[in-house]
Ligand binder design. Sequence first.
Ligand code: IPD
Length: 279
Amino acid sequence: MKHTSKIDLENIETVGKLAAQKACAIIRKHYKQRDFVTSMKGESDLVTTADLASEAAIKKIIRQHFPLHQILAEESDHSVDPRKGEVWIIDPIDGTTNFAHGFPVFAVSIAFVSKGKILFGVIAHPLWKETYTAVSGKGAYCNGEKISVSSTKKLSQALLATGFPYDRKESDENNMAAFVRFELRSRCVRRPGSAATDLAQVACGRFDGFWEPGLHPWDVAAGILLVEEAGGKVTDYEGKKIKDFWNRQIVASNKKLHRVMLDTIAETRKKPLKSKNFL
Ligand code: IPD
């Protein structure tokens, strides 16, 4: 692997996958040994020493190979703008709450973005041993096998996924009204607790669609590319392409369900279920 400041996507993919594998090994060890310390970042937002160890290992590998690239990572400085220059976007454990409670749904998510365009993404599951990868224009893969989104056309036959933001008690953008409507109009809605995992499941056709407010660049960057490269569609709640990774709205689908998902979300935003009425 060469040290270079030019964009060599093969090299980016090799290093990104290597970093994800290293992070998975660290996470697996801590998960099995239960030897990590958990602390709070907010009222319900957890961080563990395993998140920090995973992030440090990923950053070390990226810096060794690409010393000129910038890094935006969940547990570090958030001032890096992914729309400028070459930026790696890292979630060292997406699904930290699941990880800390011993629920085996969490993933490492790493994306490489150049001037706001996502060129590479990897989402790796330390326990499922599934690694999803996508390179811009080259399709999406799980463990090297090509994947594609589902062909479900009707919302009533769709299996969807979502999640709820950490500020759900304070904000009326709490996703409750949308959850109720989708749960009643689709086949079912799942809330696995790892947005990166949810997006990877849309990419491989297990979920037909996913939406969530309040997410951050590290939760979604790799997953956006995976869904698009698998033939799906990803937008904000207005149906616009996500250009600002901090926009905190995402709808990802198999394309066929996109319009109905946007319309359903729009209905619920006119009449939210206010958090204060349920506390
Ligand atoms: C969280 C997960 C969860 C979503 C939260 C995210 P984290 O990421 O993706 O599914 O509902 O909003 O913050 O904090 O575990 O990396």
